[in-house]
Design a protein around this ligand. Structure first.
Ligand SMILES: Cc1cc2nc3c(=O)[nH]c(=O)nc-3n(C[C@H](O)[C@H](O)[C@H](O)COP(=O)(O)O)c2cc1C
Length: 386
C-alpha cells in the first residue's frame, strides 16, 4: 500500500500519496473565493486526500482565465483563502494552491460556454475582455486576441506579482505551492518556441526561454521560505508541431529543480488552441505516466502524475512501478470525493482509519451490519422477493 505511505517534501509531510489536482471552478467573484470553495475543497480533505491543491489562482487580474477565476493579487483576497486552508488542514490534508497567470490564454468564458474568448456580449455585463500578456505578439489560436509582447520592465513587475501572491498564499495558511507552468499559460508560453519568438534575453535559446520561469521560481522560493514545498506543473509535451517534446522537458525539469522546485507535476499540451494543429496526448488510463517516469528518472526530481487515474490498484502500482511519487486525481475526485477512503478499503484496509471520526465511528458498525446481512443471504431487494 505505497498509496497510503507518507511523502515528505521539505518540512511538510503528506499523510498519503493521493493529491487533488488543481481544478478551476469559475465560482469566484472579482477574484474572491466563495463559500463554494470552502465546501468543494473541504470535502476532498474529508474524503481522505493527503493533499488538496486549489485551482489556478491568478497572481494578477489580467492573468485570470475567465472573469470568475480566483486570485491572490490583493491582500484582501487572503482571508477567503484562509478559510479554505483552515478547513482543508483541519480535516487532515495538506492545503495547497496553484498560482497562475493565463497569459495569452486569458479572458475566455467558462468551459460550459465553450471557453470562447470574451467579446462584446461579456463586456456588456462587465466581464472583460482585458489586454493579454505574452512573450510575443502571437495569438493562442483562432478567435483569441493578439497579446502584447511584454517588455523587460513588465517581466520584472510580473516576477514581483508571483512573489507577492506567494507571500499571500503562505499568509492564508497554504503549506504547498504549485506554479502553473503548463497548458499554454504565461510561464509555459515563455518556455515554448511556439509562443516565444523573442530576440532578447528572454527568448531564443532554451536557456533564455527558461529565464522568466527561473526568475519566478527564485522569487517564489524567497517568498515561501525553505520549509514549504514548491511544485511546478509542466506540459511534458506542447502538443503542437515544432513544440517542446519530452527530451526538452527533462532538461527544463532539471533546471527548475536546481532552482528550488521540489516536485514536477506532469501534464501536457495547451500551447495552442488551434485544433487543426493541436496534437493532444491520447487520453488512455494514466496518460501522463510515461512522461512522469522519464522526468523522475532522468531529471532526478520527484514527480506527480495525473490523468485518468481511476482505480486504487492502478494508483498503487504507478507508485511501485516508479512512475511517480504522488498521484493526482481530477475528475475522478469530482465524481467521488471519498475516493481515497474507498481506495484504502479496496486495497484491503477496512478499518475506516483515516475517516473523520464522526463518519468512521458510524461507518464501521454499518460495514459490519452489511457483512452480516450478506452472510445471511439478505439483499436490499429481499423484501420484494418470494
Ligand atoms: C474542471 C476542471 C478544471 C481544471 N482546472 C485546472 C487548473 O486550474 N489548473 C491545472 O493545472 N489543471 C486544471 N485542470 C486539469 C486537471 O488538473 C487534470 O490535470 C486533468 O483533469 C486530468 O486529470 P483527470 O483525468 O484525473 O481529470 C482542470 C480540469 C478540470 C476537469
Amino acid at each position: 500500500m505505497t498509496l497510503f505511505s507518507p511523502l515528505t517534501l521539505r518540512s511538510v509531510t503528506l499523510p498519503n500519496r493521493i493529491g487533488i489536482s488543481p481544478m478551476c471552478m469559475y465560482a469566484s467573484r472579482e477574484g474572491f473565493v466563495t463559500d463554494f470553495h470552502v465546501a468543494h475543497l473541504g470535502r476532498f480533505a474529508l474524503g481522505g486526500a493527503g493533499l488538496v491543491i486549489a485551482e489556478a489562482t491568478a497572481v494578477h487580474p489580467r492573468g485570470r482565465i475567465s472573469p470568475f477565476d480566483a486570485g491572490l493579487w490583493s491582500d484582501e483576497q487572503v482571508p477567503g483563502w484562509g478559510r479554505v486552508a483552515e478547513v482543508v488542514g483541519a480535516a487532515g490534508a495538506v492545503p495547497g494552491v496553484q498560482l497562475g497567470h493565463a497569459g495569452r490564454r486569458a479572458a475566455v468564458r467558462e468551459p460550459w460556454r465553450a471557453g470562447a474568448p470574451l467579446d462584446e456580449t461579456d463586456a456588456a455585463v462587465g466581464h472583460g475582455p482585458w489586454p493579454l500578456d505574452a512573450p510575443s505578439a502571437l495569438a493562442a489560436g483562432p478567435g483569441h486576441a493578439v497579446p502584447a509582447a511584454v517588455t523587460a520592465a513588465d517581466i520584472a513587475r510580473s516576477v514581483q506579482d508571483w512573489h507577492d501572491a506567494a507571500v499571500r498564499a503562505v499568509a492564508a495558511g497554504f503549506r504547498f505551492v504549485e506554479l502553473h507552468g503548463a497548458h499554454g499559460y504565461l510561464l509555459h508560453s515563455f518556455l515554448s518556441p511556439v509562443s516565444n519568438r523573442r530576440t532578447d534575453a528572454y527568448g531564443g535559446s532554451p536557456q533564455n526561454r527558461l529565464r522568466y520561469p527561473r526568475e519566478v521560481v527564485t522569487a517564489v522560493r524567497s517568498a515561501i521560505g525553505d520549509g514549504i514545498p514548491l511544485s511546478f506543473r509542466l506540459s511534458a509535451v506542447d502538443g503542437a508541431a515544432d513544440g517542446l517534446g519530452i527530451d526538452d522537458t527533462v532538461g527544463i525539469a532539471r533546471a527548475l529543480a536546481a532552482e528550488g522546485v521540489d516536485l514536477i507535476d506532469t501534464s501536457s499540451g495547451g500551447i495552442t488552441t488551434d485544433r487543426s494543429t493541436d496534437t493532444r496526448v491520447r487520453r488512455g488510463f494514466a496518460f501522463h505516466a510515461d512522461f512522469s517516469r522519464r522526468i523522475r528518472d532522468e531529471a532526478g526530481v520527484p514527480t506527480a502524475t495525473v490523468g485518468l487515474i481511476v482505480d486504487p490498484v492502478q494508483a498503487d502500482r504507478l507508485l511501485d512501478h516508479g512512475d511517480a511519487d504522488l498521484v493526482l486525481l481530477g475528475r475522478e475526485a469530482l465524481d467521488d470525493p471519498n475516493w481515497p477512503h474507498h481506495a484504502r478499503a479496496a486495497l484491503g484496509d477496512d478499518s475506516h482509519e483515516g475517516w473523520d471520526v464522526r463518519f468512521g465511528s458510524a461507518l464501521g458498525p454499518r460495514a459490519r451490519t452489511l457483512a452480516r446481512l450478506a452472510a445471511a443471504g439478505e439483499t436490499p431487494l429481499s423484501r420484494f422477493e418470494g
